[in-house]
Ligand binder design. Structure first.
Ligand code: FCA
Length: 329
């Protein structure tokens, strides 16, 4: 390369660096953490670990619960008004993707997503936004394997076992999780015809309870049941629905995903319930790591990895405490 060209490239690089510098260079770093269901223990834990990062690095964390699209768009405007430089979001509806991306861009806010990956108008993941989520299919398979092992360990005849797939298929990570579980259950010997969909209208325990109650009532022929869903709340709904029909721990095995207080409260009950276990995932990696990455991006211009997929481990009432410790929780 000749000298003039080198100089032009250098000048262009400097101009680019200046253009991407924060608009308010003297402002302290302020990061938004927007979640779709602030009452859910998983999101409380995510926030708690984000706070830990804020304390360690000395940035300000703005926690916002946004249960619908309007709240999300207002939240982004508010963050701008407060001179935040970026935010991390688990959106109430992944189809808000294009509006969230546009709003962040107009407000010159850096954007990262957590848990639920934003999609574009045709339902495809938006590639340009850094995302940290669970490795949904694999974790779903772990759920299915744990259920299949319990069916064997209890000596149940697979023909007499019904399986509830508490589903929330409009959310890709939820669909992948439950599809993974189905795959592992079938590989483990459960007849495909014994698996029933129980679609929840919203992803909380109440809606899972309603969906599961209907599915169980429609299939009275089964002696035993197993249940799985996108998270612990979904499986808790199924377990409560089974209890309502007289199906207790002896004939019900539910394995959730999460391992935060929703699961721990269940394990703390004096008698085991049908909620047998959960795949423990890490709110620390989703809350603390993502916040640090955002901080580094704002402060030092270091872009976060485009995709981070986290793993999980089965916990039951016998080992939850120990395994949580090994995961730094
Ligand atoms: C989704 C679910 C949460 C949690 C998280 C990792 O957002 O709604 O319960 O499972 O993914």
């Amino acid at each position: 390369m000749n000298r003039t060209l080198t100089q032009i490239f250098r000048a262009a690089a400097v101009a680019l660096a200046l253009a991407s510098a924060p608009a308010f260079a003297d402002d302290p770093v302020k990061i938004g953490f927007v979640v779709k269901q602030p009452e859910e223990p998983w999101f409380r834990d995510e926030w708690r670990f984000a706070e830990q990062a804020a304390k360690e690095k000395g940035f300000v964390l703005v926690k916002i619960g946004a249960e619908n699209g309007d709240k999300v768009l207002n939240a982004i405007d508010n963050l701008k008004v407060q001179h935040a430089q970026g935010f991390i979001i688990c959106a109430p509806d992944v189809k808000l993707g294009p509006s969230i991306v546009a709003k962040a861009r107009i407000n010159r806010l850096k954007l990262m997503t957590v848990d639920d990956r934003l999609v574009d108008g045709s339902g495809k993941p938006i590639e340009g936004v850094p995302y940290t989520g669970i490795s949904a299919i694999n974790i779903g398979k772990q759920v299915g394997q744990a259920l299949a092992e319990q069916i064997k360990a209890r000596g149940w005849n697979p023909a007499e076992v019904g399986a509830l797939r508490v589903s929330f298929d409009q959310l890709p990570t939820a669909r992948d999780r439950t599809d993974g579980a189905v795959e592992a259950l079938i590989a483990g010997g459960l007849p495909k015809a014994n698996i029933f969909n129980a679609p929840q209208a919203k992803s909380d325990t109440e809606n899972a309870f309603n969906a599961a109650s209907i599915a169980i009532t429609q299939h009275p022929q089964f002696k035993h049941w197993v249940a799985f869903g996108m998270n612990d709340e979904a499986v808790l709904g199924a377990v409560r629905a089974a209890e309502g029909r007289g199906i207790n721990a002896a004939n019900m095995v539910g394995v959730g995903i999460g391992g935060s207080n929703s699961a721990l409260n269940e394990f703390a009950k004096p008698q085991p319930t049908g909620f047998f276990g959960s795949i423990l995932i890490s709110p620390k990696r989703h809350g603390y790591d993502t916040s640090l990455q955002m901080y580094d991006w704002i402060k030092n211009g270091k872009e976060p990895p485009m995709i981070t997929l986290t793993d999980g481990r089965l916990i039951t009432r016998d080992n939850a405490g120990d395994i949580r410790k090994t995961m730094g929780l």
